[in-house]
Write a protein that binds this ligand. Structure first.
Ligand SMILES: CC(C)(COP(=O)(O)OP(=O)(O)OC[C@H]1O[C@@H](n2cnc3c(N)ncnc32)[C@H](O)[C@@H]1OP(=O)(O)O)[C@@H](O)C(=O)NCCC(=O)NCCS
Length: 191
């Protein structure tokens, strides 16, 4: 049987045309309904999702990355830098809202999405990337641990989903510097 080769792509979105925005909203609702990720528990109206993504494009500390399978937008993730007044944490950032629609999973897109976001973060001087997941998001846990993220803590009352309190896991990863000083020289030892 012939194997189908898919085209995988991830890009940083500075704007979204109506077709891509519609595909992103559809992918988001598909992921919400399947039960994973994004904070939302119930499917959202198109208007609410559009407001969210248009807002993400406007916030200076936030960058939106979109994943495409054969050209169609099927997932996204966001890179969030601390606000400018938070000098002490300016070396770090958070990877959040990562998801791939159920109909596009298993092709390596999430791995590519995370790696591209890390590259962008590192190029901007981010040395530590933080993220957190519900303890029930087993696929995401396998993904992030496989990509070298270290679990440093568990929050016992992290989220409420369908009337149940769910614990959450907190992770970080030290990023490689793209050039110049080593990460250790830039950060000093991490105890
Ligand atoms: C987690 C998620 C993003 C993975 O997306 P994906 O595109 O299917 O993942 P990939 O194909 O890139 O797989 C990368 C790695 O994830 C893990 N993984 C993916 N699917 C898996 C599965 N069904 N079971 C176990 N591990 C799995 C594996 O480690 C895999 O690496 P491998 O292929 O070398 O084994 C997707 O399942 C999802 O959106 N889940 C719901 C939302 C969520 O949990 N988001 C993260 C919280 S921020």
């Amino acid at each position: 049987m012939a194997t189908v080769t898919h085209r995988l792509a991830v890009e940083r979105a500075e704007s979204l045309d109506p077709h891509d925005l519609a595909a992103l909203c559809e992918a988001t609702n598909a992921a919400i309904m399947e039960g994973g990720g994004f904070g939302w528990v119930e499917a959202q109206s198109r208007a609410a999702l559009e407001r969210h993504f248009r807002g993400a494009l406007l916030v200076p500390e936030r960058e939106l990355f979109i994943a495409r399978l054969d050209g169609e937008v099927v997932g996204s993730a966001q890179l969030v830098r601390p606000p400018r007044n938070n000098e002490a944490q300016a070396f770090s950032a958070t990877l959040t809202h990562a998801f791939i629609a159920p109909y596009a999973r298993g092709h390596g897109l999430a791995r590519l999405l995370v790696r591209r976001l890390e590259e962008r973060a590192a190029a901007q001087g981010v040395r530590v990337l933080n993220l957190d997941v519900r303890a029930t998001q087993e696929t995401a846990i396998t993904l992030f641990e496989g990509l070298g993220y270290t679990r440093w803590g568990t929050h016992p009352a992290y989220a409420r989903v369908n009337g149940q309190t769910v614990s959450g896991f907190f992770y970080y990863r030290v990023l490689e510097t793209p050039r110049g000083r080593s990460t250790e020289a830039a950060l000093g030892p991490i105890e």
